[in-house]
Design a protein around this ligand. Structure first.
Ligand code: F6R
Length: 607
């Protein structure tokens, strides 16, 4: 979604801003722009399209040591140049970039109109810059102008503001992440830690309600009400370097094939083979907490939600306590009952998904214990939860999540093992599972050595008007993840159902030649899944069967894709791989932009 980058210091700002924007591209956006402050004026350049389109329209040389930049994912107002950020005040005194949504912007805009100020764009963001300019015109200092403006806002914001007559930037945060990178005699601002790491490891995370005045020489922190505080400098724990595409044709391809190594990173040092248990240090789980927990509730959106569903089933299998998964965006609205002894897990790749953040806040407010299962180190969810497990997938730049899914599943498996060992899971069962989990990266590699007839599967999928995905138990969630991948990348309507439920409705969709993807690993549910497969076949459906090598069903599908056999509780780590490849190759066949599917964003930072 929207991204912010800002710079103040001795260097030429423009190349740094463009590079910052480029590193924010993976978040998904539809237009982009920069504003550069030279000694006398502020120069704005913006365009609909990609950062490369912006580079094409930039003048050869734009001097200036301070600037702000933005990638916009439209919320209020269409994808037009005039709606693109940075926005500027009517008198040119203030420029800003904004992430988030101002809920009361209509009434604020009306009030501006009454004062004779007409906004030129349709955005909620422009209202803010006009309000600040009015405050300045009425004699306010820049910080006061921002304070008075944000006091009147309802909604979410990450703001980076530049003033024509000042050598400083002001940043403000409420619900939309913003981080200041501290260099030597220079400062960087970003909505994402990722573009900062090439410049500095020393960062200040803004918290909700913070305002920061950023000068070359330092940062001063304030609240909207005027209280000052000292900035809390954090040293980024690990280099979150940009992953290079290398020889890979797309980030998604690269990230699919990175799964074995990513999984090794996730497991390393976190399993106790001897005790047959997990060892998730960052969760700081006391034995009593595990023993006394009455239930577990997991939260996530999209791919993270499906990974959480798998975690839920594994927790019930191993620990024999109730576990429930919730779609984050529904959670807070339903005024959930929070049990302080229960364990709550927030699952998120980016750690910035607004729906999951609001669920985390709801749980904390009601006294619940919440743990993050997050990829991006230092992200909002990771910091809000304080305790949790980083899934260590490394940067995931393709919008469609792949390696984060398998690592979420792995981290939740380790958690379930740890919880299970305090209850019903025997040492031998735990050992067997851990052994198989440690084998999983190698089995993934074995699958990638021979991915099976993906091209034949794509032949069936590419022309389909809709695709049905079926699985049971753990594979029902894998089916949902496979359907989501194909839908978001190839724009083909897909339906995923627990295989047993198929005859209660979706079977009506089937006609001669309809593709049905069936996920049937060699677990106790295989025979039942096969019944559903036969019911589909009998109605003329073409079956793409994902099954385990060496089983007895290799001839049941029209296209059969075997994956290496593994422990029945770990099959999602392997059965999802051909589904990811099928979605990727179908999207390519249809000429889609696989890394940047239409309308989607990598981190969904608005509710
Ligand atoms: C699907 C996808 C999305 C995300 C969802 C949650 O490929 O990427 O469905 O899984 O937006 O994002 P995170 O995990 O960042 O909270």
């Amino acid at each position: 979604m929207c991204g912010i980058f800002g710079y103040i210091g001795p260097q030429q700002a423009l190349p740094l801003l463009v590079e910052g924007l480029r590193r924010l591209e993976y978040r998904g956006y539809d237009s982009t722009g920069v504003a550069i402050h030279d000694e006398n004026a502020i120069h704005v350049h913006k365009t609909v399209g990609k950062v490369s389109d912006l580079q094409r329209i930039l003048p050869e040389r734009v001097e200036g040591n301070m600037g702000i930049a933005h990638t916009r994912w439209a919320t209020h107002g269409g994808v037009t140049q005039v709606n693109t950020h940075p926005h500027q005040a009517h008198d040119g005194s203030v420029h800003l970039v904004h992430n988030g949504i101002i809920e009361n912007f209509r009434s604020l805009r009306k009030r501006l109109e009454q004062q004779g100020i007409e906004c030129v764009s349709e955005t909620d963001s422009e209202v803010l810059v006009q309000m600040m300019a009015l405050e300045l015109a009425n004699g306010a200092e820049p910080l006061e102008a921002v304070q008075r403006t944000v006091q009147r806002l309802r909604g979410t914001w990450g703001l980076c503001i530049m003033f024509r007559d000042e050598d400083l930037l002001i940043c403000a945060r409420n619900g939309s992440p913003l981080i200041i990178g501290q260099g030597v005699d220079e400062m960087f601002v970003s909505s994402d830690p990722h573009p900062l790491t090439t410049h500095t490891q020393r960062v200040v995370y803004l918290e909700d309600g913070d305002l920061a005045v950023v000068r070359r020489s330092g940062i001063t922190m304030h609240s909207a009400q005027g209280v000052s505080s000292t900035p809390n400098v954090t040293v980024l724990e690990e280099e979150w370097g940009e992953s290079d595409l290398g020889d890979a044709p797309h980030y998604m391809y690269k990230e699919i094939y990175e799964q074995p190594d990513a999984l090794r990173q996730c497991i390393a040092g976190r399993v106790d083979r001897e005790m047959g248990s997990g060892r998730l240090g960052g969760m700081r789980l006391a034995h009593d907490t595990l023993v006394q927990a009455p239930h577990v509730r997991l939260l996530g959106c999209g791919t993270a939600y499906y990974a959480a569903e798998i975690g839920q089933m594994l927790i019930e299998k191993m620990a024999r306590i109730p576990a429930v998964t919730h779609i984050s965006s529904e959670f807070r609205n339903n005024d959930p009952v929070i049990n302080p002894k229960a364990l709550y897990l927030a699952v998120s790749q980016s750690g910035e998904t607004a729906d999951t953040i609001s669920a985390v806040k709801e749980i904390k407010l009601k006294g619940g214990q919440i743990f993050g299962v997050v990829n991006v180190v230092g992200s909002t969810i990771a910091r809000l939860c304080e305790k949790g497990v980083y899934i260590h997938s490394g940067p995931e730049q393709s919008v469609a999540s792949t390696k984060a899914f398998t690592n979420m599943v792995a981290a939740l498996t380790i958690f379930a093992t740890q919880l299970g060992r305090t209850r019903h899971l025997s040492k031998d069962q735990g050992r067997e599972l851990i052994e198989h989990l440690q084998q999983a990266p190698h089995l993934m590699e074995r699958y990638f050595d021979d991915v099976g007839p993906i091209t034949e599967a794509v032949d069936l999928l590419a022309d389909a008007s809709s695709v049905l995905y079926l699985g049971r138990g753990l594979s029902a969630s894998v089916a949902k993840e496979g359907a989501l991948k194909l839908m978001e990348l190839a724009y083909i309507p897909c339906l995923a159902y627990p295989a047993g439920e198929m005859k209660h409705g979706p079977i009506a969709l089937l006609e001669e030649g309809s593709p049905v993807v069936v996920i049937a690993p060699n677990d106790h549910l295989k025979a039942k899944t096969l019944s559903a497969l036969h019911e589909c076949k009998a109605r003329g459906a073409k079956i793409i069967l994902i099954h385990e090598a060496g089983d007895d069903i290799a001839s049941e599908g029209d296209v059969c894709i075997p994956v290496p056999a593994i422990h029945p509780w770990l099959t999602p780590l392997l059965t999802v791989l051909p589904l990811q490849l099928m979605a990727y190759h179908t999207a390519l066949r249809l000429g889609r932009d696989v890394d940047r599917p239409r309308n989607l964003a990598k981190s969904v930072t608005v509710e």
